[in-house]
Structure formats: C-alpha cells, structure tokens
Design a protein around this ligand. Sequence first.
Ligand SMILES: Nc1ncnc2c1ncn2[C@@H]1O[C@H](COP(=O)(O)OP(=O)(O)OP(=O)(O)O)[C@@H](O)[C@H]1O
Ligand SMILES: [Mg+2]
Length: 266
Amino acid sequence: MTTGTTAPPALEVRNVTVRFAGLVALDDVSFTVAPGTVHAVIGPNGAGKSTCFNVLSGLYRPAVGTVRLGDTELTRLAPHKIAALGVARTFQNIVTTQGTVADNLMLGRHALSRAGFAASALRLPHVVREQRAHLAKAREIAELTGLGDHFESPVALLSYGDRKRVELARALCLEPRVLLLDEPVAGMNAAERVRMTEVVREIRAELGLSLVLVEHDMGLVMRLADEVTVLDFGKAIAHGTPDEVRRDPEVLRAYLGTGTTGQEAA
Ligand SMILES: Nc1ncnc2c1ncn2[C@@H]1O[C@H](COP(=O)(O)OP(=O)(O)OP(=O)(O)O)[C@@H](O)[C@H]1O
Ligand SMILES: [Mg+2]
C-alpha cells in the first residue's frame, strides 16, 4: 500500500475525566500513544475502556481534560471531524450484516469522496474515475485484511470472524493515521483469533499507523502491544510494556478482584 510513508503524530490523552450522573467512568486519565505503535488499553469489565474510546472518537465530551493528535486538539470536535483528521474506530458490539463486502468498504471510502451528489448522479467522467480509484483502494484493503476472495460476497453469508474483519477493513478505508479497535476478537474462536492477530500485525507493518487496542484476550495483548495502559474503576493504575504490567502488583490485584486473570475473559 502507498499510505503510511510519514509517521502519524502522537495521540495524547491528558487528565481526562468523564462522569455519568454519580458515576466517574474515567478519573484523571492520561496516556500517550507513541507514533506508529500498538497501545493496548486493558482492564476489568466496566473499567472505562469503551468510554475512553468514545472520548477519543468524539462521541463523549470529557468534563475535564484534553485529547490531542499532534498539535490538533480533538477534545471538542464532532465525530466526523475527528474521523476526517484520521482517527477511525471499530465498535465493540457492532457487526455488519448488510450488503456485500465491497459495498461496506465503499461506505468507508465515502468520507473521502470529493464528488458531490449531483455530480455522482450524472456520472461525470471525473466522478467515474474517482469511483474507480476508490474501488481499487477498497479491493487493496480487502486483500490486506484477508477478504480478497470475498470482495463481492454478501456480508450475511460470511463467517463471524470474516464479518469482524469487514468492520476492521471499513475503518481502514478511511486511511486513518490512528485506528481504534474495541475488542477486535470478542466472540471469535481460536482459529479466528489467530487470523485476526496476523491481520493486525500486517496492517501495522504495511500501513505504519498507530493502533489503540481494547481487548480482554491477554494473549493477543501480549503479542501485539508495545505499551499497555491498565484502567480499573476509571483510573489508570499502570502503564508499561506488556511484561511490566503483567508483573505489576496493582494490576494483579485489579484482575484477581474480578476473577479474570487473563485468558480470554471476553
Ligand atoms: N452512556 C453511559 N451512561 C451511563 N453510564 C455509562 C455510560 N457508558 C458507560 N457507563 C458506565 O461507565 C463505566 C465504564 O463503562 P465502559 O463501557 O467504558 O467499560 P469497559 O471498560 O468498556 O467495560 P467492558 O469490558 O465491559 O466493555 C461502567 O460503569 C458503565 O456502566
Ligand atoms: Mg467496553
């Protein structure tokens, strides 16, 4: 692929607090996703991981704190503005069932289309060229995510693991500089997990983007992450390499407290 020649800027989360009524879902959380790295955010159920993603992608506004991508402050921007700046995400519980793989990936390209509705309807030559280029890019991303053979297939006919990868591919169609993956292997069987791990590795090597990964599967986190932030009851209780956080007494206490010490707690 041709993207990813320049490293993405660092993503900085500073002193972010999110409150829901009486509940503090994120409490003064700070961490930095270094350019081109895989940064995992882990923690027991309800720790605030998805809330953190919702702040990063602009769905929630924190009561306190900032999120920056390089010099650009993302904190008060609408979700589509943040996406246009190159921050794409997948959702924890959403799996596509409509249309073909190609249709879904072309939806992902939509935000990048320059042609207006009227020009598209009239099929003007420059629009046709643009559409062709988008389709070629979508196909390239399908190949990269292991969906090349299914490009024209209806998503509803694919296995669950393939459909989760359609979500990933759709997010990649935005050509993001930062990709947020919320539990990419949740609900997958062992073979599907291995496949997804390979695909994420490949994306990282090929595209040079930064990845932020929320995942309960510790094996996957240990294999993929350069750095890990551990949340517990909304607080960041540890940062470090996978090996460092695995041995951190605070982290062990947080996980032992919920009985999910690691393996496939999703
Ligand atoms: N929109 C909301 N309104 C009220 N409370 C919320 C909302 N979203 C999240 N919460 C609460 O905030 C806390 C953190 O939730 P969050 O979904 O971020 O956890 P999580 O770490 O992603 O958990 P899981 O591993 O189960 O996905 C939980 O107590 C949750 O019930
Ligand atoms: Mg969650």
